[in-house]
Write a protein that binds this ligand. Structure first.
Ligand code: F6R
Length: 364
């Protein structure tokens, strides 16, 4: 049942190229993103002045990627908020809000509650869900299924990446309908989406050294992830993967926040995993990497394939294949899932069933 793999998590990581293929292929037709399940008239669309994304855990981190991508392409305000917070803060949503709810199981209690709060205030609700017929799928006005197939390991992998793929597609779809994408730019983005399955496969194939890197880093008790823009969004998921299955303490910080406190924790040999794939901000990341190096950190950098500059500073490097800059989160999370997996393995953890965690959190 594990398809020859030692754990469901590894099997599910390896299934990602196919899972993503099932997610995207039916939704690209004649060079356009087509979301048949999302029936928005032009009038409906004109009414929307804000997009709010809500979810828990990894699904929230997928939503955080979606915030960067959607806001950049659609040029309307996009907020991502934790469902457990949104539900209790008398949210400012109304009939002009599109609420995007993200959930693999479709049964997460806080997510359902946040959704109901927003529905009561008139928001239009689009759910991105994996499980057909789940509670969230039933409550939503529109549903886009992620088609990842069943996910058994408690730590999500293909659930998360298919959510990100749908959010990337949704961003292109909405931007196109809002008149924010010309034919040429639309073509480039759609072509990049069609490459997602091979991109994910390449992200796996490019990094055969991950078990060795895990051997080098697994004995540390604290690690920091840093990144900017979509790299920051991906770093939060990378950090969660590591902590939930390996029980190492790790935290993700927006790299610009280091100076505002966290840098006090950087000391000799402290591992810092620096995500620096978003090239527009690469120089800024290089300065952050220099700052932590100057305080003795060991830096494991995650950069685009072909980047040579990084060797001047990084102790170790993970390479990520190139795509449209806004879509970087997708290939870059894959080696970080594998890194977490091999670190947990090196630490002898029960990878598919981490302690204290349930696959679906149906109580508050
Ligand atoms: C982490 C993980 C959880 C879930 C969260 C939301 O690996 O799996 O953080 O992402 O509990 O679950 P869903 O997506 O089912 O609403």
């Amino acid at each position: 049942e594990k398809g020859g793999y030692d754990h469901f998590m590894l099997k599910e990581i390896m299934e990602q190229p196919n899972a993503i293929k099932s997610t995207i292929e039916p939704r690209i037709q004649n060079g356009e993103v087509v979301l048949d399940d999302f029936s928005l008239t032009d009038e409906d669309l004109r009414q929307i002045n804000k997009i709010m994304i809500t979810a828990c855990g990894s699904a929230f981190y997928a939503g955080s990627v979606g915030k960067y991508v959607m806001e950049e392409l659609c040029r309307i305000p996009v907020e991502a908020d934790l469902a457990s917070e949104l539900r209790y803060r008398n949210p400012l949503v109304d009939e002009h809000t599109l609420l995007v709810v993200v959930s693999q199981s479709g049964e997460t209690a806080d997510t359902i509650a946040a959704m109901k709060e927003c529905k009561a205030r008139g928001a239009r609700i689009l759910a991105i869900v994996n499980v057909v017929g789940s509670t969230i799928a039933k409550l939503a006005d529109h549903v886009i299924y992620t088609w990842a197939g069943p996910e058994i390991a408690v730590a999500t992998t293909k659930g998360y990446t298919t959510q990100v793929a749908v959010l990337d597609m949704l961003a292109v779809y909405l931007a196109r309908r809002l008149g924010k994408l010309d034919d040429q730019r639309n073509k480039e983005l759609v072509e990049a989406i069609l490459q997602f399955p091979s991109l994910i496969q390449r992200a796996i194939d490019l990094n055969p050294n991950l078990p060795a890197l895990a051997q080098k880093y697994h004995g540390h008790n604290d690690m920091f992830f840093i990144g900017r823009n979509v790299d920051y969004a991906a770093s939060m998921e990378g950090s969660l993967k590591l902590k939930e299955i390996s029980y190492l303490h790790s935290e993700a910080y927006a790299a610009g926040e280091l100076k505002h406190g966290t840098i006090a924790l950087i000391e000799k040999d402290r591992p810092v995993i620096a995500l620096a794939c978003y090239e527009a901000l690469f120089d800024k990341m290089m300065s952050n990497i220099k700052e932590v190096k100057a305080r003795g950190a060991q830096v494991l950098a995650v950069v685009l394939e072909g980047n040579r500059q990084i060797f001047a500073e990084a102790d170790d490097v993970i390479f990520v294949p190139r795509t449209e800059a806004l879509f970087n989160s997708l290939p870059e999370i894959v080696p970080l899932q594998l890194f977490a997996y091999y670190v947990a393995r090196a630490n002898g953890c029960d990878i598919d069933k981490p302690k204290n965690l349930a696959k679906s959190v149906t109580v508050e």
